[in-house]
Design a protein. Structure first.
Length: 265
């Protein structure tokens, strides 16, 4: 099988021919049709992709009819991750949900928040990403390059839920500062620095909460697939061959990708 292999950390990935992996007890061999490029992949070793992979049979989920494999790739990562994060935040109709970072995760988060009946504030640093958020239903657009997101959110009464998807520590702080009394900051992205400052007085007096959320359950994924098969969500993606993996990683790190890159095999 063809694979993009990590020979050394932070070195370019190498395309190699590798033997097909052999499943052990309780495992299944999966032929990969499409695989999305996620920031977590880059954190792991600047990549790990192949035409086939092993999975535990108890946790493997079939892609249902009506869902394109090239859409399923982002849905099983960005989709289920943001869907679960909104559940963690306890989103309810008519609440204000602030989504910081409109990209591979954020463009799906906007749609799930709208499905839940929320008012959505989309925060990013480029007009192109904000225009994408608007086309997907965002109600309030905040350009963090020219506006203070916390001030804008407070002008709207403050966010009930802040979804931190931008890989930037300062964005986490701005989102936290824009919460209303009792608001919840849900941390999803993992900036390289790995630390944010949480003001004690404002957190205590405002009764706000800081929560973490990672990926989702098999039930969450089933719901994500059902919503997509029903035409409730759109996946904004660009398909590329596996050989483009190193250039694609560089573009993701530079923030030059509109939403999601999907490698096809």
């Amino acid at each position: 099988m063809k694979a993009a292999v990590v020979r050394a950390f932070r070195e370019p990935l190498v395309i190699e021919d590798r033997p097909d992996p052999a499943p052990g007890p309780g495992q299944v061999l999966i032929a990969v049709e499409a695989s999305g490029l996620c920031h977590t992949d880059i954190h792991a070793a600047h990549g790990g992709y192949a035409e086939k992979m092993l999975a535990w049979a108890d946790f493997a989920r079939p892609v249902p009819d009506g869902v394109d494999p090239r859409d399923a790739a982002p849905l099983t990562c960005a989709g289920v991750t943001t869907y679960k994060a909104l559940k963690v935040g306890g989103v309810r109709p008519a609440q204000l949900v602030a989504i910081s970072g409109v990209g591979g995760l954020g463009h799906l988060a906007v749609q799930y928040a709208k499905i839940a009946g929320a008012t959505v504030a989309a925060i990013d640093v480029t007009d192109e990403k904000l225009a994408l958020a608007r086309s997907l239903g965002a109600d309030i657009l905040v350009n963090a390059a020219t506006e203070d997101p916390a001030e804008v959110l407070r002008a709207h009464g403050g966010a009930h839920i802040g979804l931190a998807l931008a890989v930037n520590e300062a964005a986490f702080g701005a989102l936290n500062a824009g919460l209303r009394r009792g608001g919840r900051l849900v941390m999803v992205a993992m900036p390289a620095g790995g630390t944010i400052k949480v003001p004690i007085f404002e957190t205590v007096l405002g009764g706000t909460a800081v929560l973490g959320s990672i990926v989702g359950t098999r039930q969450d994924l089933d719901e994500v697939f059902r919503l997509h098969a029903a035409g409730r969500t759109r996946v904004i993606r660009e398909t590329r061959p596996l050989e483009s993996v190193n250039d694609s990683i560089a573009q993701v790190l530079a923030g030059d990708v509109r939403a999601r890159i999907v490698f096809t095999f």
